[in-house]
Design a protein around this ligand. Structure first.
Ligand code: DGY
Length: 330
């Protein structure tokens, strides 16, 4: 009997990783977000034993049309596109890509931190548009980054990588808020004495720059609301590198427009791609990126390799390198 299984690739994979799948399994590539490929996706779903891709909600409606599904391998670390309870109830394995993107996402977030503080995009545009006709004055000065207090909401791998950049590279005192304090002496000794656990309220009140690196769950949805922004220091900066829906975007805009917040740097949004009519797109004090946290050649390839390995291992009945515990609750 053939061990070939039916695999549905729902977002394009690099050729070398697609080849690894095709060598072993019966593979269909169909991205349901592309209108011309939706019918092929719908046709392949009922027979699919393995799914691999990202950026498409795999919810109970999709799962109901995939009765043979054994494993979903996400080419992402975040799992908010997957209905965890429904996967758990069906005993479908969920794999993801932690670790391989940590340093790259931390680089992106640090770039937003620098760009917002030093007005990099705004001032680069001034040069590009031929408006640099005299030395700039205080109205265009930025703010120092080094030495400022950085508050990080969510202190997983990426939060800790960000803390290393801030504390070791820029001499920034770091506060973090997580469900439980991290044993830094054991897990990240280079941060011991440099990063301190703080309550949510304390972190907001004491930080010059607040970075949200939160996964999306029922407990984090809308966490950064009007009340939270009001608790931030006047003139502080807010950065979001986690998930857009952890922020009430109307409340963020109000905090910027009232002058309470100095600037915001955003890589993620409640709706992606960001709708054309979103005021965040053109706000003068918002630096907005198109969800590029992990988007380098090296890292996106590394994520594809890990996701492909996860899928191949799962379909071979082996334990994949990176599974997500769908039963752990949000
Ligand atoms: C992830 O892997 O969850 C990232 O958001 C993708 O860039």
């Amino acid at each position: 009997m053939s061990d070939k299984k039916k695999v549905l690739v729902f977002r394009e994979l690099p050729d070398d990783q697609l080849a690894r799948l095709i060598a072993v399994h019966d593979v269909t590539v169909a991205n349901p977000r592309i209108a011309a490929q939706k019918a092929a996706f719908d046709a392949a779903l009922p027979g699919a034993q393995g799914l691999i891709g990202s950026s498409y909600p795999i919810d109970s409606a999709v799962l109901a049309r995939a009765p043979k599904l054994e494993v979903v391998s996400s080419v992402s670390v975040g799992v908010d596109n997957y209905e965890l309870a429904a996967l758990h109830a069906r005993g479908i394995l969920l794999c993801h890509t932690p670790g391989v993107l940590t340093e790259t996402v931390a680089d992106t977030v640090f770039a937003l931190l620098m760009a917002t503080s030093r007005r990099v995009v705004e001032l680069a545009n001034l040069v590009r548009e031929g408006r640099w006709n005299k030395n700039i004055g205080p109205e265009l000065f930025g703010r120092d980054v080094h030495g400022k207090t950085l508050g990080i909401l969510g202190f997983g791998r990426i939060g800790q990588a960000l803390a290393r950049r801030a504390a070791l590279g820029f001499g920034m005192p770091v506060l973090y808020h997580a469900r439980r304090p991290v044993d830094l002496a054991a897990q990240a000794p280079e941060l011991a004495g440099r990063a301190q656990h703080a309550s949510f309220a304390d972190l907001l009140a004491r930080s010059d720059i607040v970075v949200a690196m939160l996964p999306l769950s029922e407990s984090t949805r809308g966490l950064m609301n009007a009340d939270a922004f009001a608790q931030m220091k006047p003139g502080s900066i807010f950065i979001n590198g986690g998930r857009g829906a952890t922020v009430r975007e109307d409340a963020l805009l109000a905090a910027l427009d009232s002058g309470h917040l100095h600037a915001a740097g955003l890589d993620v949004f409640a709706t992606e791609p960001l709708p054309l009519d979103s005021p965040l797109r053109t706000h003068p004090r918002v630096t907005a990126l198109p969800h590029i946290g992990s988007a380098t050649h090296e890292t996106r390839h590394g994520m594809a390799v890990l996701a492909t390995s996860n899928l191949l291992q799962a379909l071979a009945g082996e334990r994949p390198a990176a599974t997500y515990d769908t039963g752990a609750g949000a």
